[in-house]
Design a protein around this ligand. Structure first.
Ligand SMILES: *[C@@H]1O[C@H](CO)[C@@H](O)[C@H](O)[C@H]1NC(C)=O
Ligand SMILES: *[C@@H]1O[C@H](CO)[C@@H](O)[C@H](O)[C@H]1NC(C)=O
Ligand SMILES: *[C@@H]1O[C@H](CO)[C@@H](O)[C@H](O)[C@H]1NC(C)=O
Length: 453
């Protein structure tokens, strides 16, 4: 397997003699032939069989809580976050067991300090070159963000020689892609995130047919079946678990991953048509599926947090608007009680949800109502996608203020973009770029959230 991270770190450390790896440089792993000792002030820390890294710290000192806090970003102190205590006593070759983001009541915690989720979505990362992935993370770090949500899936039915895909399907058989345009590209995303001190939230499939998603499993294994048979068909569930075993299992000891998500925006109905009457629009079908899949993830990877990745629909008796009503098959409050789901997720797209005449006020209430559910469940809840296409600075300012004052745990904007070697990243109408007017507002909001804790 061609591990491009080796190249990445070679580049980062070009100026440093090979006798010692620089801070954040690679210092071990299968196939590694470079230096195995680390620059002064850092310790060679086992990450997985393929990768050990020089993490700041020393074998005898414990990092102070402040250095491990979420006030991590800027380049001067990249990954105070994953400092992982630079594990004092662990002999080399023993996985460190600290350094994973955990929950603590309604907060996230890392190495004993608060970990603040102030971040963005960047679904496209693995499709880019190593240099462009670095550019994107440089921008994200410079903005003071801590967390990035990205796609850990791409199902294809014909091989491709660009970008990244992780499974190719033919006649109902999935092949995990260990080739050049396969999982090594996700390794590169993880390596760059790690070098920048950013944690990743990774969704493992998609409701939408972008990048394949659920509908490829269904069409391959249950031809003619409705979208929602993704949640119930035994062959489909086994195939999805098999994918999880490969993908999640590969990164089970990688503390750069903050959390796995069962799916991006799961719903009963999908691209291939309406749901069957067997999918319960009030939520029990997806709730049962979420229990099964989240427990399965925990069984092969007890280190990482798990969340749904849904839009946060409520099931209210007298719903004021559509996202509070039965229909899509999500019961946010009930799902939050699943013991193998560690935190709640919700999205906010009032323009797409019939609230375009009232989007600012509607979004404020949507945040407040999820903050209430957070308190009731005593688990963290994050607004993990949000967007409007008009009056962004004004509306987001109001929403960010509400996040802070309501006590909501954190948020991820959809979506902070970058200008890469091939031009600006995709703009679906929501992208904000470093030179734009909304970006500085996002930076201030991240700083304010980190200050609140
Ligand atoms: C993760 O660590 C566990 C416990 O030491 C080990 O059994 C497992 O093989 C490791 N997995 C990976 C992918 O490195
Ligand atoms: C799932 O996919 C289809 C469109 O591709 C859409 O009708 C449905 O609303 C989607 N739901 C979500 C939440 O993405
Ligand atoms: C706008 O949304 C808020 C919060 O949901 C609601 O209280 C208000 O009545 C709505 N206004 C209009 C005009 O729909």
């Amino acid at each position: 397997m061609a591990f491009r991270r080796a190249a990445l770190f070679a580049l980062l450390s070009a100026a440093v003699a090979l006798a010692q790896s620089p801070i954040y440089g690679q210092c071990g792993g299968e196939g590694w032939t470079g230096a195995t000792t680390c620059a002064t002030g850092s310790v060679c820390t086992f990450s997985n069989d393929w990768y050990s890294q020089c993490i700041p710290g020393s074998a005898t000192t414990t990092p102070s809580p402040t250095s491990a806090s979420s006030a991590k970003a800027p380049s001067s102190s990249p990954s105070s976050s994953s400092t992982a205590t630079a594990s004092s006593t662990a002999p080399s070759g023993t996985p460190i067991t600290t350094g994973f983001v955990k929950t603590n009541g309604q907060k996230f915690a890392l190495n004993g300090a608060d970990y603040v989720v102030a971040g963005t979505n960047a679904y496209w990362l693995a499709q880019e070159s190593d240099a462009d992935i670095d550019t994107a993370f440089n921008d994200i770090v410079a903005a003071g963000l801590t967390t990035v949500r990205t796609w850990g899936f791409n199902e294809v039915t014909a091989a491709q020689n660009y970008g990244a895909y992780y499974q190719s399907w033919s006649n109902g058989v999935a092949t995990f892609n260990t080739g050049d345009f396969g999982i090594s590209r996700f390794d590169a995303v993880v390596a760059s995130a790690k070098a920048h001190g950013i944690h990743l939230i990774v969704a493992l499939t998609n409701n939408w047919s972008d990048y394949g998603g659920m509908d490829v499993y269904v069409s391959q294994l249950n031809p003619g079946g409705t979208h929602d048979t993704f949640y119930t068909n035994a062959k489909v569930i086994a195939a999805y678990q098999n994918y999880i075993k490969e993908f999640v299992g590969r990164y089970a000891n990688e503390s750069t991953i903050m959390a796995w998500e069962l799916a991006n925006e799961p719903r009963c109905s999908g691209s291939t048509g309406s749901a069957s009457s067997a999918c319960d629009t009030t939520g029990s079908t997806i709730n049962a599926w979420a229990q099964t899949i989240s427990a399965y993830i925990k069984s092969i990877d007890p280190n990482h947090l798990v969340a749904m990745g849904d839009e946060g629909w409520f099931q209210e008796a007298n719903p004021p608007t559509y996202p509070y009503a039965p229909g899509v098959g999500i019961d946010f409050v009930k799902n939050l009680q699943i013991s193998t789901l560690d935190f709640g997720t919700f999205h906010s797209y009032p323009e797409s949800w019939g609230q375009q005449a009232n989007e600012s006020a509607w979004g404020l209430q949507w945040i407040a109502d999820h903050a209430t559910a957070q308190v009731n469940a005593n688990k963290p809840v994050i607004l993990e996608e949000f967007g409007v296409t008009v009056n962004q600075a004004t509306i987001y300012t109001g929403w960010w203020n509400e996040i802070i004052s309501s006590g909501l745990t954190g948020d991820l904007i959809w979506q902070a973009g970058s200008v890469l070697s091939n031009g600006p990243t995709a703009n679906d109408g929501y992208a904000v770029y470093p030179t734009g007017t909304v970006y500085p507002v996002m930076e201030s909001a991240a700083a304010a959230l980190k200050k609140r804790g």
